[in-house]
Design a protein around this ligand. Structure first.
Ligand SMILES: *[C@@H]1O[C@H](CO)[C@@H](O)[C@H](O)[C@H]1NC(C)=O
Length: 241
C-alpha cells in the first residue's frame, strides 16, 4: 500500500524530529578548509592532510615545512603532505578575497559557538572529562578541559554537540575521542578561548574553533577541521575531514 519512498520520507522526518543537541554552527565558507589559520600553519614532515589548507592575512611565508610547489595559475600551491591545495593571502586573485571571506566566516562561527546560552551541562567533571560518555547537547566549561583517558561521544548521525571551553583544551598522549552510535565529527564543535594541544599519538574528533594555537604533536591524528585565529602546528600529524 505504501510506497517505499513514502516510508523513507516518514522515517527521515522522524529521525530529524528526534535529533538531539544544539542547532548546528554554520561554518559558511570556513567549512571549505581542513585547516584555516590567520598567522600560519607549520608542519614537521611527514604530516598527512586531506583537504584544503589556507592562511590569511599572512602570506605564503606563513606556510612552513610543506616544500610548496606553486601552481602555474599562482592561485594555489601543492605539497606532498596535502591531498588538496594550499592557499595564502599572497597568491593571485581571486584567492586573497576568497580567504578574507573565509577568515571572516571563521570569526562569525566562533562568535556563534561561544555565544550559545543555557548549556545542558555546566563545568562537567570540573573539566577532567577522560573516561566519560558525552551525550548530545551544549556543554560549557568556565575552565580549561583536559582529556586524560579516552572519552566517548555518543549519539546518532543527526545529533549535535557544542563544547565551549574557557582556556585550554588538552588531550593527553595516546588518548582518544571515540565516536559511538553513528555520531559524526561534522556535528561536533570544540570552541576554545585558549590553545588546543593534542599530545603525541592522541586522536580528536570534531571541528575545532580555536581563538589561539592548535597543536598536534608527534603522530597525533584528527578527524576534524582545525580553524584557528592564530596558528596551527602539526608534527608528523594526520588531519582528515
Ligand atoms: C538542552 O537544553 C536546551 C535548552 O535548555 C533544551 O531545549 C534541550 O532539550 C536540552 N537538550 C538535552 C539533550 O538535554
Amino acid at each position: 500500500m505504501f510506497s517505499s519512498l513514502f516510508i523513507v520520507s516518514i522515517l527521515t522526518a522522524l529521525s530529524s524530529v528526534a535529533a538531539k543537541g544544539p542547532a548546528a554552527v554554520n561554518l559558511r565558507t570556513a567549512g571549505n578548509f581542513a585547516i584555516l589559520a590567520k598567522t600560519g600553519v607549520s608542519t614537521v614532515p611527514p604530516s598527512v592532510i586531506t583537504g584544503s589548507v589556507a592562511v590569511s592575512p599572512i602570506s605564503a611565508t606563513g606556510l612552513t615545512g610543506f616544500s610548496l610547489t606553486v601552481d602555474p595559475s599562482g592561485q594555489s600551491s601543492t605539497s606532498i603532505q596535502v591531498v588538496g591545495k594550499l592557499f595564502a593571502a599572497s597568491y593571485a586573485a581571486p584567492t586573497p578575497s576568497t580567504l578574507t571571506t573565509a577568515i571572516s566566516d571563521m570569526g562569525t562561527a566562533f562568535t556563534d559557538a561561544t555565544g550559545r546560552a543555557n548549556p545542558n551541562f555546566s563545568n562537567l567533571a570540573n573539566g577532567a572529562i577522560g573516561g566519560l560518555t558525552l551525550a548530545p547537547g551544549l556543554y560549557k566549561w568556565t575552565s580549561p578541559v583536559s582529556i586524560g583517558s579516552d572519552v566517548t561521544i555518543s549519539g546518532g548521525a543527526t545529533d549535535t554537540w557544542i563544547f565551549q571551553v574557557t582556556g585550554t583544551l588538552t588531550v593527553a598522549a595516546g588518548k582518544k575521542m571515540v565516536l559511538k552510535g553513528g555520531a559524526l565529527a561534522k556535528n561536533i564543535v570544540w570552541v576554545t578561548t585558549g590553545s588546543v594541544t593534542v599530545a603525541s599519538g592522541s586522536h580528536i574528533e570534531g571541528v575545532v574553533l580555536g581563538k589561539t594555537a592548535i597543536t598536534l604533536q608527534t603522530g597525533a591524528t584528527a578527524n576534524s577541521r582545525l580553524l584557528s585565529q592564530t596558528f596551527v602546528a602539526l608534527q608528523k600529524a594526520t588531519v582528515t575531514n
